[in-house]
Design a protein around this ligand. Sequence first.
Ligand code: 3EB
Length: 347
Amino acid sequence: MSLVRGLSLAYMPMSSVRECAPQWWDEVLGVAILGEGDAGCVPSGVPLARVATPVLAGPRSVCEVWRAGRPTRAGVHGRVRYRCTESMLFGAIALDEGEMPVDADGVSALQRATRAAYREVFDLLDEAGYPALFRAWNYFPAINAVIDGSERYWQFNAGRQDAFGAGGRSTIGSVPAACALGSASGPFTLYFIALRDAPQAIENPRQVCAYHYPRQYGPRSPTFARASLAPSLTSPTLFVSGTASIVGHETLHRGDVVAQTAESFRNIEAVLGEARRAAPAGIALAPGDLAYKVYVRHAGDLDAVRRCVREHLGDAVPVVYVQADVCREDLLVEVEASGGHAMEDWR
Ligand code: 3EB
């Protein structure tokens, strides 16, 4: 792995991360601890997101480690911790909703936390010269709960859209790849990768663009693209956003987790088809060339989901399974992926 130039992703059990030498960390951009892990093994100065999504297979705690393939520089901006290279910046921020200043306008704490987190991020990106948000991972508890008449996922969408607007960023078209999942506990948590040069947003011809969803899915649309491609990185990289059993704008296969998983893969294949047309020749973007994170709403569905995933991908592809609530009550599974970069898992 030390020979890899450019971005790489490793899913590692906490026990292996603990054994890494100090110089190994020099090239680490950032880490997300999935599950129950103790953050003590990650040196201070490495941006860290703690994501309370229990790991469903393998070790109880998995570290998602992003490495740059070259030395990184670390910094702090407001509450955002980051590391960067010449071309990219990885950052993480967590804001406790309970500690948000009181608001007279009746805007929910989650909307305000989301807005504040993104505004700090955009502030950093503008100042440091990495204006293009490439990929954003969003986690917060009780995503499906209805509070004061609106779903928490809708409140999150409002806060995110507020911040994109306030930061002078487009809320349609050229938007980042993303995911938004319900965690078991913890603060509003955002981690992200941003670039100096704008990536290309990719949409899915089978799905309505999320930023054009009709009002029944909330008064403020989600701000994300189905995928985002950075062709000019040392290793041209593609992020496929969280992908679920949605065709057009509607959920398909209510109550059938296997059919939902298969539909999610049809969507991923459609997105990859679009990405291959936009990508430089030589970047491998077949389904089996990517690394995956699968969010399962009900832990008891793991075996059924895993069988279906293996039918699509075989056994040689890195896949991490975690428990998380998906943003629509009727969605039982969501799948994200990335490729083009080097990758490694613990098996
Ligand atoms: C969907 O397609 C399912 O709000 O950032 C997927 C990826 C979903 C990203 C987000 C939401 C988000 O609408 C949910």
